[in-house]
Ligand binder design. Structure first.
Ligand SMILES: Cc1cc2nc3c(=O)[nH]c(=O)nc-3n(C[C@H](O)[C@H](O)[C@H](O)COP(=O)(O)O)c2cc1C
Length: 419
């Protein structure tokens, strides 16, 4: 029931936001500083993180003034599923910033007709998330013994996951020139006292958690032991990951084949590719898709923006596997640029995290709506009736923009040199 006008708060902020940048501003105002910093993430100088966004701005449009198309379509089949826009949720692991976390993100993805990527380090279980999103893709790192990984794949499949995303671009290079947030092992009394100065100045965030009666959960429920027992803390899970020897290409092929056996052939996506030769090796390993990604600038700093390395990769393997891109997507115009350069769809990370922090499930939906609106505007201005008509020639692309990383034919895989 609508409140009488004298009971309405005239200063209440309209929760809707018009751009991802405004969502980020709101997230910054709303979240305790260490949580905001955890979402910013990035590594070392932050140059890859910055370049991911800056590179999109280097590509220009050449819009028409009349003769545009009255109907425009952006539906597409991605990894076997029709999505209503070519934007998927990339898995991210810091969603305890909101009490509903991944469940809120999955609900927004469902209501907007797209795929939900669920992180290995998620704060909600794969069962809870699959219950609200039929299109959940479970993400795994190369962490733990093989039998542990098999058990995790079996659990994800039993929960209803429709695909597996293996993220392999991580080098444990975490130092940041702007400093890293202090994240407690668990939110106990001691941690609360330490965090209190950050939290007391953020009453809306505090209220959001207080209403649920729960404290932020810093455990990783999807990494709990299969025979029962408590979920590891974030740091416990990180330690297991650090102490697991890095995978070989044979391991990647094993993981792909094992998931195929468990799931009856559901798609397997390798996330983190930025070299042409690695893309070719991924094809050899039998993957259904790759994501051209540098982990949002969280892996080796100095790696070029993903949009710069996309075209050479898509030209080489795009006819064999589905090529996705993630990194730096903040607006619909970024999406159409990525599609024109060969991506079948894009994945977003921080954009929806800002939406989640700003306004929960509605905030994530708001972000997807902003991207949808931006894609539609770009198609309108360019005189196109479908995302299928996007080609590089329609854009203003500076000379030297595209960067080919790695040899165009696979060289011996790292670790095999001189063997
Ligand atoms: C805070 C944060 C946590 C992330 N956690 C994961 C993760 O658990 N698994 C994963 O595959 N990628 C993770 N990523 C990378 C994202 O999936 C994605 O590649 C990246 O955010 C894309 O860049 P963007 O944030 O500029 O959109 C994370 C990124 C951020 C910013």
């Amino acid at each position: 029931m609508l409140k009488p006008v004298w009971l309405q708060n005239p200063w209440k902020q309209n929760p809707w936001f018009e751009s991802v940048a405004i969502a980020q501003q709101r997230a910054r105002r709303r979240l305790p500083a260490p949580l905001y910093a955890a979402l910013v993430a990035g590594s070392e100088r932050g140059s890859t993180m910055d370049d991911n966004q800056a590179a999109f701005a280097e590509i220009g449009f050449a819009p028409h003034v009349a003769g545009q198309q009255p109907q425009r379509s952006m539906t597409r089949t991605v990894l076997g599923h029709e999505v209503s826009l070519p934007v998927l949720i990339s898995p991210t692991g810091v969603q305890g910033v909101h009490p509903d976390g991944e469940v809120a993100v999955a609900a927004a993805a469902t209501s907007r007709g797209t795929i939900m990527g669920l992180s290995n380090f998620a704060s909600k279980s794969v069962e809870e998330v699959c219950a609200v999103s039929e299109l959940t893709f479970f993400q795994m790192y190369w962490t733990g013994e093989r039998d542990v990984m098999v058990a995790r794949m079996q659990r994800a499949h039993a929960a209803g996951a429709k695909g597996l995303i293996a993220t392999l671009d991580w080098s444990f290079s975490m130092g940041r020139d702007w400093g890293s947030p202090e994240i407690p092992e668990r939110v106990d009394l001691r941690a609360m006292v330490r965090l209190a100065p950050h939290v007391v100045t953020k009453p809306r965030w505090l209220w959001c958690y207080a209403r649920t009666g729960a404290l932020p959960d810093l455990t990783a429920p999807n990494l709990a032991p299969s025979g029962g027992g408590p979920a590891p803390t974030f740091f416990g899970a990180y330690y297991e990951w650090m102490s697991t020897p890095p995978p070989s290409w044979e391991d990647v092929a094993w993981m792909r084949a094992t998931w195929a056996e468990i799931s009856g052939g559901l798609p397997f996506v390798l996330k983190g590719i930025c070299r042409v030769d690695d893309a070719l090796r991924a094809v050899d390993a039998g993957v259904a898709g790759i994501s051209v990604s540098n982990h949002g600038g969280n892996n080796l700093d100095g790696t070029p923006a993903t949009i710069r390395v996309l075209r050479p990769i898509a030209d080489r393997v795009g006819s064999q596997v589905e090529v996705l891109l993630d990194g730096g997507i903040r607006r619909g115009s970024d999406v159409v640029k990525a599609l024109a350069l060969g991506a079948r769809a894009v994945m977003i990370g921080r954009a929806y995290l800002w939406g989640l922090a700003a306004n929960g499930e509605q905030g994530v939906g708001n972000v997807l709506d902003i991207l949808r609106g931006g894609i539609d505007s770009a198609l309108l201005g360019m005189g196109l009736s479908s995302i299928d008509e996007l080609t590089p020639e329609l854009f203003v692309i500076p000379e030297g923009f595209h960067q080919t990383l790695g040899a165009p034919e696979p060289a011996p895989a790292p670790g095999k040199h001189g063997a």
